[in-house]
Design a protein around this ligand. Sequence first.
Ligand code: APR
Length: 234
Amino acid sequence: MPAIAPDDQVFVLTGAGVSAESGIPTFRGVNGLWRNYRIEEVASPRAWHRDPRLVWEFYSMRRQVASAARPNPAHLALAKLEKKLQQRLFLCTQNVDNLHELAGSRQVVHMHGELFKSRCDACSRAPFHDTSTYDPPAGIPRCECGGRIRPHICWFGETPFELDRIFGALNECTVFMAVGTSGVVEPAASFVAHVAGRARTIYVGPEEPANASSFTECHLGKAGEVLPDLLGAF
Ligand code: APR
């Protein structure tokens, strides 16, 4: 794999596959989360209004699983790359776990929100660090304003976070790498098409993603096994 040039700007997009080897289930694979839960029952504004207790049960389970997980070699390789590239690396993740941060990455853009943050669904109070779990949820936690406290997660039908910063970095990047994402959820699935033709496009994962045709390089394998060598050559 050719090294990157000193003036290359690298954009890395990670998905659930980068945390799979840390024991956090993906969404669509075998044993994927969406095999056991219906998205519309636990991860949408409608679900929140219809059954907030079930939503908190789902995110409490995900908080318990994620808090027991540790970064794997893929997270560590990306944290090492950030030390080397500094501002020439833009790390955008669809994941809501904190394994990139635990591995040492300092600048992580969580476009789908963060599992260990909550916010009020009524007032403009900023999202706050929250590791609480409700099992079973006795009641819905309340803000001082009386609003209901919800997970700080971008649900289906909501707008992902930081899209201006993300597209600014996409417009600047000369190398785009996607790691462990099935390429079916927008807008992340179209990031590669946005840069194709003017950036090297690299995919890392055990199976081809749905948007494979937009990538010029594909490294089939587990992120924890492929990334250390691949990024070590950068
Ligand atoms: N290393 C790298 N990739 C892996 C590994 C691994 N060890 N194990 C599985 N994968 C790949 C799978 O092949 C699959 O392509 O990870 C991908 C996981 O795909 P999804 O489960 O669809 O997860 P993701 O693409 O991140 O989902 C995007 O959908 O449900 C929403 O908001 C949720 O952020 C999520 C978004």
